[in-house]
Write a protein that binds this ligand. Sequence first.
Ligand code: NAP
Length: 246
Amino acid sequence: MSMFSLTGRRALVTGANTGIGLAIAIGLAEAGAEVICAGRRTCDETVGAITKAGGTASSVLVDFADPMAGQGLFDDQPIDLLINNAGIIRRADAVDFTEADWDAVMDVNLKALFFTTQAFAKAVLARGGTGAVVNIASLLSFQGGIRVPSYTASKHGVAGLTKLLANEWAAKGINVNAVAPGYIETNNTQALRNDPDRNQAILDRIPAGRWGQAEDIAGAAVYLCTPAARYVHGAVLNVDGGWLAR
Ligand code: NAP
């Protein structure tokens, strides 16, 4: 099973206090990685769940409202795996969308992702190590969405950056890939589930016939960190209950 083992690897997951990030952190720990859970709020719940199950985890505070806030994350100890999961969404009609909502989303979802990944790669390359980056993209890396202009722009950007970084680093020992979740039951999508018409329209279009759970995303993210994915570079892996196949 060594193809699927992360024993001896140290991972950092952003936004690991809840939702998809929490599930990915637990999945990485189950595969044997030591996990650093990064959030703008404490990740005690995640760290507690991992340590209770016999894994190793710690917590670090970082707020990507400052897109350069991730710069110091890789200075103290070698980190092999970076999961860029932290993200926000702002909803308003395009004609009413504010500059503040544009900047807030682009800063967290795209600018912070890039500069955090840059800091990670500098550290890996400086020590002659190997590593993997998994970016959490979205269906809105491929589709337009409705009432979420900055989110759609940011997630298209995430897919593009995933490919650019893969091109630059594939030969240098860093795998860069993304997972594109479908409609997953988390805080991010609460507003959609609260709207009965949107909720039903979404459900009707998902071939799997249900919303996804955060745990449905974890396996794909873990896989992209393992030796099993060593020749996978620049991929955006859809985990969407079949949504994009339809
Ligand atoms: P979530 O429950 O809202 O989780 C988002 C995470 O990002 C939380 O941990 C959040 O912290 C963190 N975060 C937000 N702003 C931050 C900041 N300034 N600094 C540090 N951390 C920050 O939603 P989720 O669905 O799990 O989202 C995780 C990722 O999946 C996001 O990138 C999202 O765009 C993506 N995604 C989700 C879906 C879906 O259907 N749910 C679909 C496609 C893609 P707080 O808890 O403090 O807010």
